[in-house]
Design a protein around this ligand. Sequence first.
Ligand SMILES: Nc1ncnc2c1ncn2[C@@H]1O[C@H](COP(=O)(O)OP(=O)(O)OP(=O)(O)O)[C@@H](O)[C@H]1O
Ligand SMILES: [Mg+2]
Length: 583
Amino acid sequence: MFDKRLTQLCPESKKYIIGNIILQWLELCMNAVMIALIVTTIGDLYDGTLEAFNIGFPVIFILMTVIVRFFTARGATRMSYLASKTVKQKMREMIYGKLLKLGSKYREQVTTAELVQESVEGVDQLESYFGLYVPQFFYAFIAPITLFFLFGFGGSWATATVLLVCVPLIPGAIMMVQKIAKKLLSKYWGQYAQLGSTFLENLQGMTTLKTYQADEFKNKQMNEESENFRFVTMKVLTMQLNSIIIMDFFAYGGAALGILMATRAFVKGNLALANCIFMILLSAEFFLPMHRLGSYFHVAMNGMAASDKIFKFLNLDEPAKKTEVCNSGDIQLENVHFAYDESREILHGISMTIPEKSFVGIVGESGCGKSTVASLLMGRNTINSGTMTIDGKNTADVTEESLMKTLTYISHNSTFFKGTVRENLLLAKPNADAQELWSVLDRCNLSAFLKTENGLDTVLLENAGNLSGGQRQRLALARAILHDSPVYIFDEATSNIDVESEEVILSEIRKLAKNKTIIMISHRLANVVDADNIYCLESGNIAESGTHDELLKKGGTYAKLWHTQAELESYGLVPERVKEARA
Ligand SMILES: Nc1ncnc2c1ncn2[C@@H]1O[C@H](COP(=O)(O)OP(=O)(O)OP(=O)(O)O)[C@@H](O)[C@H]1O
Ligand SMILES: [Mg+2]
């Protein structure tokens, strides 16, 4: 009936829940007083003990009870709101805090879509649990007991006892469906998260889907998932409706029984008319709180199912508290093994020495593991064995903050946020002044263009969609230079852009290399010919390493790649054509 973890979650909400129960109880008492006043007034008028012109006083009392009832009802609603608000706030803070603790590795354990759904919709579902279900749970027991004594002292202990005995039939019915409900709701949330994830992915990839006219296929796929979701939703609704029918039967059946007994007692002359009417009017109140509890229960179960997922996320293993700080860009990898999933190892024991302020290239065929090395260095994934150090400190012990200050990663697909150029640049150095910003923009050949626009206040659309590919990449470089970190990792940072932009970027990288550690990941070997050392990867192993000249002399993998690329570039032809041209 209760989720212990949820109850312990937010002790602050306890006072609001207790307040809610007390106010609901006061409302019930006022209701009873009001009905008692009405029926005694009617009784007295009927008996003739009260003259019609003396009715003023009772009416004033009745009106007073109505006013008090109004305020207690309002107070209870307010308490309900405060209880759920406190919990929702706390829960969202916990999710956010956990996310920060997990750091950029969170994706290893949970998808972004799942997380968004849990923290928005999932947390909202808890509103009913704390605001309605928990207070109602206690009130539903207190109310019948209160009425039991009122009915008993009101003249019929028999009616009071029969009604009280019937009340537990409703929670009995709730418990019967609880097991089925739990299973069903867990399925419901699973399906919901899956549909949400597919929807988000398809929405983000809409342009690609349209380009390949694959939207029809995805549409079908989403229809199937929606149908599954509809099916499970209908099952949940059917289950809820059926259990409400059972509860109605017990609630209204019980109330009818109470009315019948009170009337019988009146007919037999054992009960005064006023007391009989009082019981008839309040019989339903015995059952209504429990009936309401049953309805809230279904909504609360939904909250509990959502909270299961949230707690699963909150219980994820956190990386151990890190304390080390690195200052220099001296990097070492020693026999590093890594797999994204256990079934397939990607890096098979690679070792690299990247001294401070050196320019190192990492090359190799597509899929050999170059970006994976960058991802490990950036702390997005964890190595399975071996050691990885920066400035002599094991990266596993270095704080995320320090790691982010030490390393700057620039890929071919940098993220920009909706806003101005200035705002996007200031992400890298919040206290930079306009002069500093123009200086990096100058270096990256962007100032002329931006001056024709709105300068630093030029507005960028989502992911800088209003810039060209080359401009976007130059802006990414400008932002990276501003970050001024000891290490820069360029991962195919010049792929798919115009020759002029590529030249600007490469020349800036060469300048940076004078006093920074540069790791240049590139499929294009011409970009790394100046490197102090080049690691040539092959299927997750280091096939060979050395300077460009040394590797050419070796005549191994690197040399082969170099000659193929040189030929392709000079012919400007695709491989098949090269063969044809040779023939
Ligand atoms: N997130 C991931 N989950 C599972 N496998 C992955 C993931 N990212 C990459 N891989 C796999 O790891 C291998 C190495 O990928 P990686 O991105 O490091 O290659 P790469 O050398 O950078 O290739 P490219 O030159 O095409 O960028 C690939 O076989 C890829 O399938
Ligand atoms: Mg890559």
